[in-house]
Write a protein that binds this ligand. Structure first.
Ligand code: GLC
Length: 524
């Protein structure tokens, strides 16, 4: 985990664990996970083999969107703990060789943020220009055709005689990045956390910050790729504006002024490798941008192989990709990719653990946790609660099942967790911890192998073949062969000595044969 003069950085080859704080471990029996709960279970993470954790929003918030509506960028949400708890978490993680990333939300604030309270106090207010205000059209209509992420108009009328823009909820007014003072505020926020030892940020809506200066109408969307647009509208004027890149060039300089260098990991909601690579700039913007085309692809080896190849070809030299299958918005890959089939879940974990670059696991991926069907009456995602066909993001935000005790090891006996536990119960950490054939044990072995064999660099990668559903690739000194079919398949000729198989079966496989949905890591 050291900084290398040869251009290697601590996140190259690292495994980052996305931890949804409210659902991981409740230390004070109020039904919500918290920072002290994380401190209690840090050994679990270091034994799993993760290098860093990314904490879902930890800052004070009215929680219209569970922390993605920030009311104070330099505090800690009182329900999650205190600044002292966060300092201790950073310190305790560091003692175990792990780093801590926070979630930063620069596209919008909460309407409860003092900046917005002031901005809303009148057209001459000091912070008025921190937000995107616009006059009605001459006919009194909204300034343009933009819709928010629920499909409703993105403009909220305000008593001060103008509309304000919210690409998310009305309680999440968009910041105006054309205003220099907003840049200064965020430079200070970055420095505040970097000085406390925060290793970097996952940047929310990273491609969203600037909006078209003329607020032009978005054009219609052809097709149904959610990365191109939603609700029949292409994301042209309300995101991916060229000026946003300047923000990351500035932030990269700040990140590089610390040792070790701090990480900027963007939520880059873009449809292809070229647009993703644009956020890495000339290796002078974000160091990592999430690969949504990969996460949203089907579990189809030809498609995944193509995306991996295109991504590696598009990134600037010296930069690495980042892979994930699950998150708090998309749902869990054990459901989306694998339909709960354990063979597929294990195979997908193998792929995530052996691709070059950085891998992000979402809490529960390591035990093959699937989405939980949360009954409508118990849903807590206000943002999508009343939206027809709403995303139901709660299904991927339910508490971590630690063990079979009352409260599941998440909270105390008799305490109702904020979101329900899986019913019927799923396989818990305690069920899997000591079983060599469990998914958790497999995941530990995969991460250990990754660490020893793929090291801390940017392993070089070569797609060898995708033939009849078997994907073979070389990654550093290893060759991976993965059978994405329901039939046994011949072991590819390029495979060597088997170091690890995803199969949970005890009996050895017939020589030269991959079982259905079996993957192996081999050494030539
Ligand atoms: C990001 C977050 C999502 C949130 C939205 C608005 O997409 O991942 O959970 O609702 O931004 O902040």
């Amino acid at each position: 985990m050291t900084e290398n003069a040869d251009g290697r950085r601590w996140w190259h080859g690292a495994v980052i664990y996305q931890l949804y704080v409210r659902s991981w471990r409740d230390s004070n029996d109020d039904g919500y996970g918290d920072l002290r709960g994380i401190i209690e279970r840090l050994d679990y993470l270091s034994q799993l083999g993760v290098d860093a954790v990314w904490l879902s929003p930890t800052m004070p918030s009215p929680d219209d969107d569970w922390g993605y509506d920030v009311s104070d960028y330099t505090g800690v949400h009182p329900e999650l703990g205190t600044l002292a708890d966060l300092d201790e978490l950073i310190e305790q993680a560091d003692q175990r060789g792990m780093r801590v990333l926070l979630d930063l939300v620069p596209n919008h604030t909460s309407s409860a943020h003092p900046w917005f309270a002031d901005a809303a106090s009148g057209r001459e207010a000091e912070h008025r220009r921190y937000y995107v205000w616009a006059d009605p059209r001459p006919d009194g209509g909204r300034p343009n055709n933009w819709l928010d992420f629920t499909g409703r108009p993105a403009w909220q009328w305000h008593d001060s005689g103008q509309y304000y823009l919210h690409n998310f909820l009305p309680g999440q007014p968009d910041l105006n990045w054309w205003e220099p003072a907003v840049h200064q505020e965020f430079a200070r926020i970055l420095e505040f956390w970097f000085e406390r030892g925060v290793a970097g940020f996952r940047i929310d809506v990273a491609n969203g910050l600037y909006k078209d200066a003329e607020l032009r109408d978005n054009p219609p969307l052809d097709g149904d790729n959610p990365l191109e647009g939603v609700f029949g509208m292409r994301f042209v004027y309300n995101s991916n504006r060229p000026e946003t890149h300047g923000v990351y060039r500035d932030w990269r300089k700040i990140a590089e002024s610390y040792s070790p260098e701090r990480l900027l990991l963007g939520e880059t909601w873009v449809p292809d490798a070229q647009k993703l690579a644009a956020y890495y700039g000339d290796n002078d913007e974000l160091q990592l941008g999430f690969n949504f085309p990969f996460a949203l692809a089907d579990l189809d080896p030809a498609r995944l192989a193509t995306i991996v190849e295109q991504t590696l070809a598009a990134l600037p030299s010296g930069a690495g990709p980042v892979w994930m299958g699950s998150n708090h918005d998309l749902g869990r890959f054990p459901s989306r990719w694998c339909g709960g089939d354990e063979r597929k879940i294990r195979l997908a974990l193998l792929v995530l653990a052996t691709l070059p670059g950085t891998t992000v696991l979402y809490y529960g991926d390591e035990i093959g946790m699937t989405d939980v069907d949360v009954p409508p009456g118990l849903r807590r995602d206000h943002a999508t609660l009343d939206v027809e066909g709403g995303a139901d993001r709660d299904r991927a935000r339910t508490p971590m099942p630690w063990d079979g005790s009352p409260g599941s090891g998440f909270t105390g006996p008799g305490v109702t967790p904020w979101l329900p536990m899986a019913d019927p119960p799923v396989s818990t950490v305690a069920d899997q911890r000591d079983k060599p054939e469990s998914t958790l044990s497999l995941c530990r072995r995969l991460l250990a192998l990754r660490r020893t064999e793929l090291g801390r660099g940017l392993a070089d990668f070569e797609n060898l073949a995708v033939t009849a559903g078997v994907w073979t690739y070389r990654t550093g000194p290893l060759v991976v062969a993965a059978n994405f079919t329901d039939r046994p398949a011949d072991m590819p000729a390029e495979a060597g000595e088997i170091l690890l198989t995803t199969s949970a079966e005890q009996a050895p496989p017939s020589p030269g044969v991959l079982r259905p949905w079996e993957g192996v890591v081999t050494r030539r």
